[in-house]
Design a protein around this ligand. Sequence first.
Ligand code: ADP
Length: 347
Amino acid sequence: MVTDPPTTAHPVLELRAVSKVYRVQTTMFNRPRDLRAVDDVSLQLHRGDVLGLVGESGCGKSTLSRLLLGLEAPTSGEVLIDGKPMTGTSIRDRARRIQPIFQDPYASLNPRKTVADIIALPLRVHSIGERSDDAKRVTEMMDRVGLPARMLLNYPNQLSGGQRQRVAIARALVMRPEIIICDEPTSALDVSVQSQILNLLMDLHDEFGLTYLFISHDLSVVQHIASRVAVMYLGRIIEARKSTQLFADPLHPYSKALLDSVLTPEIGMGLPETNLGATFPNPIDPPPGCAFHPRCGHAMQRCHKERPPTLREGSDRVECWLHDDLEAEQTRAVDAQRSTAATPDTV
Ligand code: ADP
């Protein structure tokens, strides 16, 4: 696991109360309805952070990553890069700072381009540096990600899955970005290759001082790599804490159910089977109160009616009525420190 870096003054990437609502039509005869894919999410990434984002399929992880990449605009709230609104930055600026690595390296690489062309493409699209320097930059990057130079003129179908993901990583890094959004970067790979790619990502994190948002359904992968973890449920971050704390003692019953569902600690041993059943609620009709209450063994009367607020203690955050004592503790802490700086919100 990557150790927690010292907190920098300003987050390099930040979501402030961001929501993304889609208008969806479920049948030909119904009126379109709102689907809250991301619901009032605030989070911060500081330089060097590796923030793991976990949750079941459909909880909003990919929508959140598209918002962070600037591929979609929030319905409300704000995305900031280095403290400046994303809306005020050019596509080129964004591409120089944030790059994605996606799940399926085969689908994300153009089958008609050579490795050299694929890696150099972002430089050409965004007119970075001189074309005559491309070959040097590409071979340097191939070396960094462990691809032999003899593969320069190979096509994606001539490479293994692991080699293709190395090409995708080189293509992201050739722009020298500060932040990488890794969306399930090892899920499509053979188990034996997954740990090689994870170790490569960790080495590159240290070498280039990168900041990662690491999206995965595979908790053992997240435990391996993330310094902090945010757990998402029906568009909301319901728990966000240091990785060691969350894995040792999850606060939210949903986080606990996810952790209990990891049947094996081996990396890449498939999708976790949750003991919650296949009862993920319909995001168009979310349950009232706490959205998790219909699946929660600890649900109280209050959970059926009132949505829990975000309860905090230091940098820990949880949305669950079982922990409403945290709010009181935080209130006391804030009272005691009223004249000093506010507690940093580091997740
Ligand atoms: P995850 O990545 O966690 O599987 P997604 O972000 O893909 O979740 O989706 C979250 C919710 O938003 C899902 O209910 C999905 O059906 C819905 N959704 C995602 N993209 C769109 C879209 N473009 N239009 C309508 N609904 C969408």
